[in-house]
Design a protein around this ligand. Sequence first.
Ligand SMILES: Cc1cc2nc3c(=O)[nH]c(=O)nc-3n(C[C@H](O)[C@H](O)[C@H](O)COP(=O)(O)OP(=O)(O)OC[C@H]3O[C@@H](n4cnc5c(N)ncnc54)[C@H](O)[C@@H]3O)c2cc1C
Length: 487
Amino acid sequence: MTKPLTIVWFRQDLRIGDQPALRRAVDRGGVIPAYIWAPDEEGDWPLGGASRWWLHHSLASLDEQLRQRGSRLIVRRGPTQQTLDELLEQTGATAVYWNRRYEPAAIERDKQVKAALVSRGVQAESFSGSLLHEPWTITTKQGAPYQVFTPFWKACLGAAVKHETLAAPREVAGPSKWPATLKLEELELLPTLAWDAGIAEAWEPGALAAERRLQEFVGEAIGRYQEDRDRTDIDSSSRLSPHLHFGEISPRQIWLAVEKALEAFKAKSTSGASKTRQSAEVFLKEVGWREFAYHLLYYFPQTPGEPLREQFRGFPWRRSQKDLRAWQRGRTGFPIVDAAMRELWTTGFMPNRTRMIVASFLTKDLRLTWLRGAEWFWDTLVDADLANNTLGWQWTAGCGADAAPYFRVFNPTMQAEKADPDGEYIRRWVPELAKLPTKWLREPWTAPEEELVAAGVELGKTYPRPMVDHHEARDAALAAYERVKKS
Ligand SMILES: Cc1cc2nc3c(=O)[nH]c(=O)nc-3n(C[C@H](O)[C@H](O)[C@H](O)COP(=O)(O)OP(=O)(O)OC[C@H]3O[C@@H](n4cnc5c(N)ncnc54)[C@H](O)[C@@H]3O)c2cc1C
């Protein structure tokens, strides 16, 4: 008897290990792994440029892994429903499996796809593959969504996490005849103008690279994470975010790898064990913020475009294309802000601390709406993620759940002192200031003329003067906030 065929519809789960939809399809019989490119179905947030770059390479890596197991990835263009129907017809498959997504547009589309498939007698099943706890499994005692992180995370910690991951299948059986596929290049995900050299140098997409990065991180750096994670001059965090976004690794794989590493560490030495455990807990809590972000996005699907706290709807944001552009290009005259924005442009990434610094600068010093910042991040980050990006921007702007209060305005100079004590980060990304002594590096406009001359800096020419006076801008932002608070 021939085995039944299942289409596995890959989306943000581009891996073969701990992949519930793939595992179940393999157990059922033959598998047709498929990726359908349908940017029009992503609502207001079709993939940005840096994410498209990542996706191209991630799909190539998935295809390679499937080929090592006797299978391959079938790539098609959407619309999704029509493409799935065609694939079902062309292959004789009788089921479609996928792992769930939680973005509002994806939920809506997936519901329609499922209903249409079921109405035609196709077995359509979705699985949980990208969160530790799906949003509806964690609620307050009253059955309401959480809006504060600490009790949310406590509830998560009290709920069971399955203590095993699904092994990658050794073999993936296919159909007797493979359906046609597009070449990856035909999706035109890579830039036509070559702006991606810095990204290619900084990253290696794909599940194998994700696993290596995870092992490197839990093997050593995790012990220093608590202490160092706010440093921008050293590689202090895991850099797993793009891998997590594209589902090249699951949060459960991360969770279990951390636990295993802690066991190994405990067996080797006792002296540093409790410090490492504490540090690992801080790391897992950050993975918890990702869970919280998805929880919020699921229950408050309007938040990618609207503030969660309604009082902010009338906030008097300024409009200035010129100021927005200076921020985007890393030409604000504030070295830590400019360093971070240039790092983002070049590598598709910036550390969490600088994300907060530049977001505070945009929304408070420049008083431009967080939405313009979220859009820029969306286009330039390799880890652009609707849930995390929305949470991060609304948190910094003060208008989200459990957000930093609006009156907490980051002081770029003081932040730079902590995040980049010797100025190495600024020197790396703002080379025109590299020769300035650290004392003047964070506020070059306060440097004596002879220091500037000696360092080859001419303010307003080789490097911009600060576009605002931070203290005045802070006062203006707070005054605007007071007006909103009263209204
Ligand atoms: C304004 C702003 C925008 C952001 N936009 C995004 C985004 O588009 N995509 C994205 O993945 N993260 C975003 N973040 C969250 C965070 O900055 C990144 O997840 C983190 O810097 C990624 O680096 P890492 O993998 O080394 O993190 P680690 O510190 O090693 O943390 C491990 C994982 O936990 C999750 N995580 C860590 N911090 C947070 C957080 N504050 N909120 C939610 N999840 C978190 C990430 O998945 C991360 O990979 C944003 C933060 C801010 C302030």
